[in-house]
Design a protein around this ligand. Sequence first.
Ligand code: NI
Length: 146
Amino acid sequence: MSGALKIELGRRYRFSASHRLHTSRLSEEENCRVFGKCSNPHGHGHNYVVEISVSGEVDPATGMIANLADLDAFVERQVLEDFDHKSLNEDVHAFRDKVPTTENLCMEIFQRLKSFPRAKLERIRVEETGNNSFEYAGDNLEGNRP
Ligand code: NI
């Protein structure tokens, strides 16, 4: 990218999903100790909030970094369609053998969005509840520029 004006764009999305924190790498006893009631067999739900930050140069013709409609359609296709009103453990392939903690969710969402063609994905922030949130900025060595 040249030294031209770079601006960051933030956008929020929401989805609801269930999960169970449990791993076959630990015994039942250890799962209970580590994850507590989050390890209950039938899972529980969250209303997740995902904040996405992308950056780019402002297009002199449109005055925008990226068209929000393009970003919305991309996030819908790459993330929301697969995650909303789903069981993260059962329905999302990545969590078949990875615990669907919000840390892992952040990384999975980042992987799914880093190929957005119109701007550079800077960071993902996922809020699991009003009290906890996680941020992931990817591997800076990765060339994920458009
Ligand atoms: Ni939970």
